[in-house]
Write a protein that binds this ligand. Sequence first.
Ligand SMILES: CC(=O)SCCNC(=O)CCNC(=O)[C@H](O)C(C)(C)COP(=O)(O)OP(=O)(O)OC[C@H]1O[C@@H](n2cnc3c(N)ncnc32)[C@H](O)[C@@H]1OP(=O)(O)O
Ligand SMILES: O=CC(=O)O
Ligand SMILES: [Mg+2]
Length: 568
Amino acid sequence: MATNAAAPPCPCYDTPEGVDILGRYDPEFAAILTRDALAFVAGLQREFRGAVRYAMERRREAQRRYDAGELPRFDPATRPVREAGGWACAPVPPAIADRTVEITGPAEPRKMVINALNSGAKVFMADFEDALSPTWENLMRGQVNLRDAVAGTITYRDAARGREYRLGDRPATLFVRPRGWHLPEAHVLVDGEPAIGCLVDFGLYFFHSHAAFRSGQGAGFGPFFYLPKMEHSREARIWKGVFERAEKEAGIGRGSIRATVLVETLPAVFQMEEILHELRDHSAGLNCGRWDYIFSYVKTFRARPDRLLPDRALVGMAQHFMRSYSHLLIQTCHRRGVHAMGGMAAQIPIKDDAAANEAALELLVRKDKLREVRAGHDGTWAAHPGLIPAIREVFEGHLGGRPNQIDAAAGDAARAGVAVTEEDLLQPPRGARTVEGLRHNTRVGVQYVAAWLSGSGSVPLYNLMEDAATAEISRVQNWQWLRHGAVLDAGGVEVRATPELLARVVEEEMARVEAEVGAERFRRGRYAEAGRIFSRQCTAPELDDFLTLDAYNLIVVHHPGASSPCKL
Ligand SMILES: CC(=O)SCCNC(=O)CCNC(=O)[C@H](O)C(C)(C)COP(=O)(O)OP(=O)(O)OC[C@H]1O[C@@H](n2cnc3c(N)ncnc32)[C@H](O)[C@@H]1OP(=O)(O)O
Ligand SMILES: O=CC(=O)O
Ligand SMILES: [Mg+2]
């Protein structure tokens, strides 16, 4: 694609007709927000916004049916797609045959992007979704980072530590995860409306990097993407349209762009074949987005007192509904010739206790990853570079030199030969519900919201990685327990979850957090505001669809004179 040579006369963005930028002006951002790049983004917005609006309305309509008692299920109308043996996804591009370990992390900070690319993982998924707080600064810096990463020129100097960061010899292959369909981008207006966030993320990255990516990392394919939080194959069809338009405008072959869809909503597990079918020329498989999946289970069953989750810590992959989901995903992907990616073990290294760290690695991480590779997954996620050696050892050891096990019909999921049923996928998880669980959700939820409002979308808390997906579980679980008056164990005594109990828990947990982080940091941080938001969300009469959507207005900062003609 051509770039625009004429520079505007004033320090503001040079925008095409119908596009306004309300985010802060910065010359570095202006190199991303060029007139031609914005015209490309606006074209996507104009072509697809109607379909996105319709898809969001269909999500709400489906939820109304679930609230009235209907259960999610396989769609009888698309049975032929599921049962037909005669179709497969396009062959896997050689550059991504081996995805045994993928590291994930936000697209900003820059240092972390370099660390991820140098981590020894095969793939780095640079995130604009769960791990990134979508402030204007983060989004635009993230775009600058990705452009420089693809160009191979990314560097960073940590002045405080006197350290230089630059790319090593064999960087990981880049996948980019744009935001979900539901999130707007309030700093970019197209025809007077906030743009659809993911089309801004996709469009700007694609525009600036597709050529360099294909000639460098993708060996003729790419760019590669992860697509989050879809609920239905009609949403995958929109992405297919976006990809085809992008390929056509860039003059590259149809099927160059490849994407892995995260199956991380309960409705989507009944749509996996249909999603792959829609994206069959562009597919790079499916991934078990286990944390959002748990969140979605609660959200989908918000009206059902018979579906209360046990404590968050007990809802792991050993629960029947989670194991069934992983097995069906593996079976589906391998039947259609693409990768079945595993999910995120949330553990991160325990820095101050080597013995506890080794125990956690052995008991939690290695065990989880061994279960995944034995089940038939072709690769998996790591939240932190410190976990990569152990995860590689498990996956590479099991695969014995093969880049994946797509063709092997291997793994428990295939060996068991069981047809995973609707009942398997919906079986309520078992375990205790406790006041300690309510406390933990609150302590973690408040600290996460405080971090997110301050610009950090993924944080270490109590030796676990917390991001938007894990925080959502904390929020909706509290809401669900309160809404249905769940009986909680309080050390042998039974108490009912009520707004009064939550108010007391919030007060006590806020005091504990203040003691943990220190009075000064607590005062300077956005903890009090986070406490209010989290409490309101947990006690709302109607469950908010997304924590981040509700809180988004609090991180929007408008600079009305940022785009031309100068309005100051
Ligand atoms: C549910 C889901 O969607 S999962 C996917 C989305 N979530 C994520 O991607 C979370 C990814 N992980 C992270 O963001 C981080 O690991 C955190 C925030 C949890 C912890 O990060 P930190 O507090 O920086 O950890 P820590 O201090 O141990 O870091 C040590 C080094 O590892 C680096 N590091 C840690 N995690 C990562 C990562 N995921 N990618 C790249 N580098 C990383 C740090 O930059 C630091 O580097 P340095 O020594 O050069 O300064
Ligand atoms: O995006 C991943 C998840 O687990 O959620
Ligand atoms: Mg997710």
